[in-house]
Design a protein around this ligand. Sequence first.
Ligand code: IVH
Length: 675
Amino acid sequence: MPYFMGKQSDDTKAQIDILVEELNLYNYEYHVLDAPSISDEEYDRQFRLLRELESQTGYIPPNSPSLRVGAPPLDKFDKAVHSIPMLSLDDIFTVDEVRAFDQRVRETLETAVVTYTAEPKYDGLAVELTYERGRLTRAATRGDGTTGEDVTQNIRTIKTVPLYITGEDVPELIEIRGEIYMTKADFDALNEMREEGGKYLFANPRNAAAGAVRQLDPAETAQRKLRITCYGTGQIKGITLSSQTELMGWLKKHRFPTPYRFKTANGIGEAIDYIYEMDAGRAELPFNIDGVVVKVDVFALRERLGEKTRAPRWAAAYKYQAHQGQTRVLTIIPSIGRTGVITPVAILEPVAVGGVTVSRSTLHNWDEIRRMEIRTGDTVIIERAGDVIPKVIWVISHDAALDTQVIEPEVCPECGSKAVREEGGAVLRCIGLNCPPQLQGRIIHFASRAALNIDGLGDKIAVALFESGLVKDFADIFRLTKADLVKLPRFAEKSAINLIQAIEKSKSTTLARFIYGLGIRHSGEFVSKLIAAHFDAIDALYGVTAETLSLIKQMGERTSSAIAAFFADERNIKTIETLKTLGLTISNPDYREINDTGANRKLAGLTFVITGTLPVARRELEEQIRGAGGTVSSSVSKQTSYVIAGESPGSKLGKARALGVKTVSYEEYRALFSE
Ligand code: IVH
């Protein structure tokens, strides 16, 4: 006779039963009621004791919490046929539709007021739990409604799913339906952990929960902190439940979690109030809901209402405006805005989000694309909050067949000018003066008071000139005639003459005004004056390097690069030259002023001698030094301020040392004299 059949083992069995009973209660208090009555340590201690006793005796009660872990992984899930199909719900989006639903129900039932129930619509995945004589024998996903997958081993790991129910009102068979979900906090913690482990992240709690339920290894599922809420039944044999309200009572009694703030509503008005209240508080809920489910309370009335193929006539799902939608990226194109910024835009398979159809979405910038690895063919989640422009927030999967890397364009898609990456930023900008989407804004700026000061060419006139097609590029301004203008609705003879005269007058301008008018990034009036002080004419700026510019005192690096990029573009130079042929003359009073004093320049009063091979062309360095007011000499003397020594320097280095003249490398020179 095995030892555990003796007296002592009877006592142990009784002890196991008590432990199971108590641990299940603690579990319920902890996970469902959120009110634990013992500490985690005490729970763990008792749980370890239970496992020890169970392994000593081989006696494991069917509702033992130890059964929640440890089932071996599966190869695949078995099919699970639902004895009663798991239907879906009709979605409705307005309160009028809720009233229309009530109207239909009352007409069919021929009653004045119907009792409804209202529950949150949990955003998770539906499952059905089968209890035979109190014991959980199967858990299945909804699948297509008729056939799902047998996920019993996984569902057993969810601590709030009772494994065994007891009592007088436990039926021979009951199928309980509910939603598996994950709280926002558990989801965040999971993703954080996955990020640390270098694993791919989940888009939202629903995807994470669905993924966990469909894990072949139950040990994995056990780690995912899933929850359940129970809201319906399939087949029942052996007891009679007559309403949703009664079902809720029964479920609670048997420790099933039930929908948060379940409400029995007397008439549709109370259900509508509930919808509003839930909507107001839903952001603060610890889990995601996507609406409220309104159901006829009494089961006998449900039967009279019946079902359609897909959904019952006795229930409706009021859906809150979805802020997210799933779709596919058809292609990614560069798109240029009025300020010249070139942004990548995803062209999407149209999808309804929050009441509008979305078919394009900005991808923000080019770094973002690389960071998110968005490509053509990807399945993505887009989000639209309020009336904000839709954004791709998540890539769910790549289409391997269409695995095309998105390439940042080198030139503007509209005008072919160079696309410049702004330093330190992920912003790509077109620097083309005549770039069509930017032109209107550029011309308004060009004509403004501090620039060419074309009196009468304000915003409205600029728009009119554009829309009429009279001005298609910068040069067209200087080609305008009185005859052109009088044809426009805004112009009378007098105002046309005035504008032509103002344009004529603007043709003799200063370099500072002209540079400012070009609207180069970071180049306001101050910078424009600064440049005019250092360069005698506009041509002196053609092809200027950022290095040269940065020698100017008070000139920042960003500004230097932006100006250099602008004047490196041949199209821009061509446009300026065309303006000159149309009569534009640029004087430069600012240049003389500064040159007279000279002292304003960074290297004024300093003499340099260059020796050896430098990282830049010697001629360029000399030009820089002279540009900044310095002197370049070919021989070292006591008057020499600095010797800039490159690789394999000649005898000049020795002479400098002998005379005690400071010697610097090119890098040191840069560090000393450019901010
Ligand atoms: S009742 C025929 N109640 O919504 C009645 N469903 O769109 C069917 N859901 O498949 C279900 N919370 O996955 C019901 N309180 C709730 C629910 C709920 C979420 C899900 C469920 C169902 C889907 C229908």
